[in-house]
Design a protein around this ligand. Structure first.
Ligand SMILES: NC(=O)c1ccc[n+]([C@@H]2O[C@H](COP(=O)([O-])OP(=O)(O)OC[C@H]3O[C@@H](n4cnc5c(N)ncnc54)[C@H](O)[C@@H]3O)[C@@H](O)[C@H]2O)c1
Length: 343
């Protein structure tokens, strides 16, 4: 049994409580919560032992023995809290975004390297049946190379707390999931990023809740991303809507369903050349016994017990972070950000 300390038990921490409690491989050594009212509510809701709730990780480490840490604090606290855990030799499963600044994220990557302790990032959107089906369709080779990707995300959740005050809440706290999916789907990293962001007049965020981002990837794929976190009217799913333009057809993700259409050849119709199309076929979703946070927790446990590294280590995630903060830097400066990236 892996014994964990969870940092932050309100907000998303509430969801993690349900995930950990239904895992047969993990149990709680303790909890850290800085808000006494939230601690009281969660003690009542989940019948938690009040003696296991601490005000800081340092205090928890002094009083209980643990194998690992699950960090569900807001991003501005990730650096300090993960440093404490990694310095104590405890592997961390940390919520995205790894940090609220590029500098903090790179400091965390350096700390993981110098301590040699696992730091895994919770990029759960990779682990849905929809994402797994996209990945399978693209890697099967049927469609050939991806040339263009269009992503559309429109949601209007009334989330309160740290997001309300971020300069770029959409890009840093939400689009990061779609940026990470892009890296996962394409198996490549962006080398050129341009972003334009704004805050609609009706927005309840202080920072920019809407964005248009373009990116060129090292493997030759080109991406356009449009999104808003204070969308008006009809929303997309959290997974967003996707269109992949490929050598031999297209792949669409609409309302969490996948559709594939092959290009069948070129027809000459009276001097005009038209691409011939196959039927639009709906693809069955890949079956996944564990998805999202359940998958991440299982992968984390496997890493701790068998040494098998998870996919979303800090070493991988730093490329997602760089994508995010290249977009932020581009939006702030008005200039594109170019970099040389491997893969
Ligand atoms: N992967 C996802 O789909 C997903 C969804 C929502 C939130 N998140 C991420 O989870 C993290 C937390 O977001 P949230 O919405 O729950 O925020 P929140 O502000 O609603 O809740 C954070 C909780 O952590 C507590 N906390 C704050 N500082 C702490 C500290 N130093 N030590 C211990 N506890 C502390 C707060 O009191 C609160 O209970 C963020 O990084 C966010 O991006 C991820």
């Amino acid at each position: 049994m892996i014994k964990v300390i969870q940092l932050g038990i309100g907000g998303m921490g509430d969801f993690w409580l349900t995930i950990v409690r239904r895992s047969a491989a993990v149990e709680y050594a303790g909890y850290v919560e800085v808000n006494d009212e939230i601690a009281r509510q969660q003690i009542a809701k989940y019948d938690l032992d009040p003696a296991l709730i601490f005000h800081s990780l340092e205090e928890a480490l002094a009083k209980v023995s643990a194998d690992a840490v699950i960090n569900v604090t807001p991003p501005q606290f990730h650096r300090e809290t993960c440093f404490t855990a990694l310095d104590a030799g405890l592997p961390v499963l940390c919520e995205k975004p790894l940090a609220h600044t590029r500098a903090d994220a790179h400091a965390l990557a350096d700390k993981a390297a110098s301590t040699g302790v696992l730091l895994m990032v919770a990029q759960n959107y990779r682990y849905s049946a929809v994402a797994a089906t996209v990945k399978a369709a693209l890697t099967s080779g049927e469609l050939g190379a991806v040339s263009g990707v269009a992503v559309e995300f429109y949601k209007a959740p009334r989330l309160i707390g740290f997001r309300e005050f971020m300069a770029h809440p959409l890009i840093v706290d939400m689009a990061i999931h779609h940026f990470d999916m892009l890296r996962y789907f394409l198996g490549s990293n962006p080398i050129h990023v341009y972003a334009h962001t704004w805050n609609p007049p009706w927005s309840w965020y202080k920072g920019d809740a809407s964005a248009v981002v373009t990116a060129a990837f090292a493997n030759g794929a080109h991406v356009s991303y449009t999104g808003s976190w204070c969308a008006q009217g009809r929303e997309t799913p959290w997974n967003a809507h996707w269109r992949f333009e490929c050598e031999r057809g297209i792949l669409l993700v609409e309302n969490d369903q996948l559709y594939l259409q092959n290009v069948t050849g070129v027809e000459d119709r009276g001097g005009y050349y038209h691409t011939g199309y196959g039927d639009l076929m709906q693809l069955p979703l890949v079956e996944m016994p564990l998805q999202a946070q359940d998958y991440l927790l299982d992968e984390f446990v496997q890493a701790l017990t068998s040494g098998k590294p998870p996919a979303t280590t800090v070493q991988d995630n730093i490329h997602t972070i760089d994508f995010v903060f290249d977009a932020v830097d581009s939006a702030d400066s008005g200039a594109p950000v170019a970099r040389r990236a491997a893969g």
